[in-house]
Design a binder for this molecule. Structure first.
Ligand code: AR6
Length: 169
């Protein structure tokens, strides 16, 4: 379920992009996904008209090994008092809703919001794993969910959060 590496190399029905509301690319994992997928991804994103925070939009994967990209927009961290936790949870829920609509069974997530958007990773990891666990219980069509961490330190944080997740073992 937890993997250390580059999400652009993952072959799955979908990989998730931590995008911004424009859906027109950026730095971090967003930049890496657009570089690896090629210019056609940006062309398709231009047709979508953006995406509000907490929602998700689906495109093809183009040159990626993944068949689709599900773009979601995580919340920027403003100290935790502006609904950040609920918005982050909605990102995960929105991705699973798009998967169900399109009959997708396997997905890889990055750690949404914990880079440029500054969400503390200890808190974000607990929300991510709680939502993934809930989706695996509620959605029988869901086969495999991976979280791809980009540094050993981030992987350790998620491993600790997984060990503490109620009902996950
Ligand atoms: N594979 C897996 N994870 C990665 C990769 C990769 N190739 N590259 C970075 N990460 P971020 P955010 C990790 O900043 O915080 C963009 O400019 C990274 O180490 O990509 O949601 C968008 O356009 C971190 O743990 O996303 C938005 O403007 C995690 O991915 C803004 O950043 C998320 O970091 C979104 O910020």
């Amino acid at each position: 379920m937890l993997w250390l590496g580059d999400i652009t190399t993952v072959a799955a029905d979908a990989i998730v992009n931590a995008a911004n509301e424009s859906l027109l690319g950026g730095g971090g994992v967003d930049g890496a996904i657009h570089r690896a997928a090629g210019a056609e991804l940006l062309e398709e994103c231009r047709t979508l008209g953006g995406c509000p925070t907490g929602e998700a939009r689906i495109t093809r994967g183009y040159r990626l090994p993944a068949r689709h990209v599900i773009h979601t927009v995580g919340p920027r961290w403003h100290g935790g008092g502006q609904g950040e936790a609920a918005l982050l949870a909605r990102c995960y829920q929105s991705v699973f809703a798009r998967m169900e609509e399109h009959g997708l069974r396997t997905v890889a997530f990055p750690s949404i919001s914990t880079g440029v958007y500054g969400y503390p990773i200890e808190q974000a990891s607990r929300i991510a794993l709680r939502e993934i666990h809930a989706a695996l219980e509620r959605r029988p069509a869901l086969e495999k969910v991976t979280v791809v961490l980009f540094s050993p330190g981030d992987l350790q944080v998620y491993q600790r959060a997984l060990a503490e997740l109620p009902g996950a073992q």
